[in-house]
Design a protein around this ligand. Structure first.
Ligand code: ZN
Length: 326
């Protein structure tokens, strides 16, 4: 786009003396500009046609800067202008880069019928519906929310395994990079490990009961890279979501149907969850951080029988955490 800005003033300056030569220059300049503007949309269309799987996940967000066309490029310019409707400022075609399950999920890549999924990619702000596969054909679904980078939708009840596609208000269509498998609700695990990434339980100093200045360690430290996703272990209600000089950004979850509470400390940022909100097993609750009195990126995790800090008591969470990894 920078080249467009540079080109415009020059063209206007020369327009004042109109000779056949300058007219040619202006026409050619306009065609060149059209080509430059349309190139990103074409590049995306090619990615879509290829329907590559793994490569799409890692494809750069920004389109590759197009190079100026050579003198032989005029034929291409006119053909691309007619195929996309012509004119400058044509909105880009939609592209799906990934599909992530947000709620009622077996895992982030395994939705159930009725799950809420996020479809991420480019140029999704004009998408009006999502098409799923069913045994009797296709199901068009309206969106829950929409933004430039993602649309959210509920997986219809009759959905079966297959590609999904988005359709925008101009009738442009994009297909998911891979088939989406649909799982039964009974496949949703009751409890999952809280850290989505490589972890270490560290040495004796990370354990429950280890000595700390002025107190003993009431939890288990789980080392992981800062930014690693943290999830709710079970279906739980948010009890506290706040800051503490020691614990940093911390979250307390009361597990539904039990008298237990789980505590997550030193999170990178304040959790986006609201107090009182209920989250399912595996729901994203924040990211591993190093906030508060913390020396290195890790999750400080506590397991309480009864209310946290107000009558309950903490137990050693390590055997439980290990059991979640089996
Ligand atoms: Zn700790």
């Amino acid at each position: 786009m920078v080249s467009t800005m540079r080109g415009a003033p020059t063209r206007r300056g020369r327009k004042q003396t109109i000779t056949p030569a300058t007219l040619m220059l202006v026409v050619f300049g306009f065609l060149a500009l059209t080509f430059i503007v349309l190139m990103p949309a074409q590049a995306e269309a090619r990615v879509l046609d290829g329907a590559g799987t793994a490569s799409l996940e890692n494809s750069p967000v920004e389109p590759v800067e197009p190079t100026a066309p050579s003198s032989g490029g005029q034929g291409d310019v006119s053909s691309s202008a007619t195929s996309t409707g012509g004119g400058l400022g044509v909105p880009g075609l939609p592209v799906i880069s990934s599909v992530v399950c947000l709620r009622q999920c077996v895992s982030s890549s395994r939705p159930t019928r009725g799950a809420i999924i996020a479809i991420r990619g480019k140029n999704l702000d004009r998408v009006t519906r999502v098409i799923f596969r069913s045994k009797s054909g296709r199901i068009a679904t309206r969106l829950r929310t929409r933004s430039v980078g993602a649309v959210r939708v509920t997986v219809p009840k009759r959905t079966v395994r297959g590609y999904l596609s988005v359709v925008d208000s101009g009738g442009n269509r994009a297909r998911s990079p891979r088939e989406i498998s649909i799982f039964p609700i009974s496949a949703i695990p009751i409890q999952v490990f809280p850290v989505r990434g490589p972890i270490s339980f560290g040495s004796s100093g990370s354990r429950f009961g280890a000595g700390r200045p002025g107190h003993i360690h009431q939890g288990q430290d789980v080392s992981a890279s800062c930014g690693t996703t943290l999830v709710s272990i079970r279906k739980a209600r948010v009890v506290y979501n706040q800051w503490d000089d020691g614990g940093g950004n911390y979250l307390v979850l009361r597990n539904i149907g039990t008298n237990t509470n789980f505590v997550y400390m030193h999170m990178l940022r304040r959790s986006p969850l609201k107090v009182g909100q209920v989250v399912g097993a595996g729901a994203r609750i924040g990211r591993v951080g190093n906030t508060g009195r913390s020396y290195g990126c890790h999750l400080h995790f506590e397991y309480w029988i009864g209310p946290w800090q107000t009558g309950g008591k903490p137990i050693d969470p390590l055997p439980f955490l290990r059991s979640l990894l089996k």
